[in-house]
Design a protein around this ligand. Structure first.
Ligand SMILES: Nc1ncnc2c1ncn2[C@@H]1O[C@H](COP(=O)(O)OP(=O)(O)OP(=O)(O)O)[C@@H](O)[C@H]1O
Ligand SMILES: [Mg+2]
Length: 510
């Protein structure tokens, strides 16, 4: 690629209704460079991404590709100019196979393929997936996959076209550390080949590790940039929020007696049953590589799936959950991994979504009181600093991190005293992440019980009293995270990857 290869957002302004989402923004990436695009939730990152990929035409400004200015009208146009993208939310065809999805934006749609071409398609898909070290059958239907696998398929689809510029909008939010480092490796190779990469992320460790430059948007304005030699977690955080950011310390209080216990949960045919317990006033993390069974434990505890034989005890009384509703009625609030599929109703208002777990309490004589719903939503807006114009706004129009906060608001308003949360701060900016952490710690301090899973090991280290490590459907370690020798980040990574530990090494026995 020539030295003049650049992708530039030039003087971009865009409004949604009356609200100014981007205000004369300039941003560029050169071939062979990784440019991180940072900013708080709602700062305008995804809007800028959609403009650069033709999914949204701005009110004014141009997209300049290798020196030529364009007003992009549709995604196809951007694709033809060599711009590839992986959007923040999922854009897959659930009823199609993995390979068909990977090839879905290729110029030759798979349906027109002959038998040998299909075989090729499967082989190429397999190869691409293997580069991330995941064994997904290219013939499997996408609906059967978990969030991380889906994200990797979207990344493979973008890579298939060998784009000159690749824009990744929070690609690692759904990935665990091992997949994340694979992805960062792939991005590094792309850079070496001359591809210009725009990486949108809230994970500042990633930025420090791989980016050449970082630029932050603040309220739709370009707030400035740093180059690699200036990177530190503090300098990046400062760039994003415009002020000093405090270092987190973790929970200081002492947990109480067992409140929630999952037992006799057999995840694989031949695996030892899983047993996990969490006390009142306690925060417990479950971690593990993809396929280790973490999501099964979480979904079982939330009543989202029925695991045959599994017992769930709440306050010492044993239950076999048949539904989410049953878990809810026992005071369990759940934040699922994919809030868009099993958590929020995207087209309904923020107010409606806030009251969703408990519509009866907002009703009189069978009619839902919109005023009560709105009041509740206004309260959670205050509490969680949800950035929105009106609680009547559909959840769809909120930024990703703010959608997550609506979920927390729901359970807070509902008076749940047990929270079962997958990826508490997925897609949430550092400011909001700290608010969520402070909320969870104070929720526990006041008697609440928190069971959470997270692929973000820093989050695990600052939140959890205890950490369950899973491998191949079993709990292989239980780590105490309160004393002097709290596990390091490396120790946690090691514990998840180490297959030899199965059945041998329990550090804390219950
Ligand atoms: N379709 C839409 N209709 C109305 N407002 C929108 C729409 N899409 C985005 N917005 C608003 O534009 C602003 C920027 O949103 P955007 O999604 O670009 O933020 P972001 O920086 O990507 O945030 P996050 O980190 O949470 O993903 C927000 O105030 C958001 O509510
Ligand atoms: Mg976004």
């Amino acid at each position: 690629m020539s030295e003049t290869s650049t992708l530039v957002a030039q003087d971009i302004t865009h409004r949604f209704g009356g609200a100014l989402a981007l205000d004369s923004v300039n941003f560029d990436v050169r071939g062979g460079e990784i440019h991180a695009l940072l900013g708080e939730n709602g700062a305008g990152k995804s809007t800028l991404v959609r403009i650069l990929t033709g999914a949204l035409t701005p009110d004014s400004g141009l997209v300049v590709v290798n020196g030529e200015g364009w007003r992009l009208r549709n995604p196809r146009q951007a694709q033809d100019l060599g711009i590839g993208v992986v959007y923040q939310d999922f854009h897959l065809f659930n009823h199609l196979s993995v390979a068909e999805n990977i090839f879905s934006s290729s110029p030759h749609p798979p349906s027109r393929f002959g038998v040998s071409a299909r075989r090729d398609m499967y082989a190429q898909s397999h190869e691409l997936l293997a580069s991330f070290g995941i064994e997904v059958d290219p013939r499997a239907q996408v609906s059967s996959l978990d969030a991380a696998e889906k994200k990797l398929i979207e990344i493979c689809r973008a890579l298939l076209r060998s784009p000159h510029y690749l824009i990744l909008d929070e690609p690692t939010a759904a990935l665990e550390p091992r997949e994340t480092s694979k992805l960062l490796g792939v991005i590094d190779q792309l850079r070496a080949r001359g591809t210009g990469v725009i990486l949108v992320t809230h994970r500042l460790g990633e930025v420090a590790e791989i980016a050449d430059r970082a630029t932050a948007l603040r309220n739709g304005v370009n707030a400035g940039s740093l180059t690699a030699s200036e990177f530190s977690l503090e300098s990046l955080a400062h760039l994003i929020v415009g002020q000093e950011v405090l270092v987190e310390t973790g929970p200081q209080h002492v947990p109480g007696p067992t409140k929630l216990k999952v037992s006799d949960l057999q995840i694989r045919k031949d695996s030892r049953p899983v047993e996990v317990e969490v006390g009142a006033r306690e925060l417990v993390a479950v971690i593990g590589l993809i396929g280790s069974g973490v999501s099964t434990v979480m979904d079982t505890a939330a009543g989202a799936i029925v695991s045959r034989g599994a017992r769930i005890e709440v306050d010492g009384i044993s239950h076999q959950f048949r539904s989410r509703g049953q878990a809810q009625s026992l005071g369990i609030g759940a934040v699922p991994i994919d809030r868009k599929v099993s958590g929020l109703i995207l087209n309904a208002s923020v107010a409606k979504n806030t009251g969703l777990a408990n519509l009866e309490s907002y009703s009189r004589a069978g009619f839902t009181s919109r005023k009560k719903l709105r009041n509740a939503a206004e309260k959670s807006k205050e509490l969680f600093d949800i950035r929105l114009q009106s609680v009547d706004q559909p959840v769809r129009s909120l930024s990703g991190g703010n959608q997550q906060k609506v979920m927390f608001g729901r359970w807070h308003q509902n008076g749940s005293n047990i929270l079962v949360i997958q990826e508490p701060s997925q897609g949430v900016d550092i400011g909001a992440r700290q608010e969520i952490h402070r909320y969870l710690i104070s929720f526990a301090e006041q008697g609440g019980t928190v069971l959470f899973s997270s692929s973000d090991l820093e989050e695990v280290r600052v939140l959890a009293h205890r950490i369950y490590v899973m491998h191949a459907g079993e709990v292989v370690k239980i780590l105490d995270n309160t004393g002097e020798d709290r596990p390091s980040r490396q120790a946690l990574t090691q514990a998840m990857a180490d297959t030899n530990l199965v059945g041998v090494d329990r550090e804390v026995s219950l």
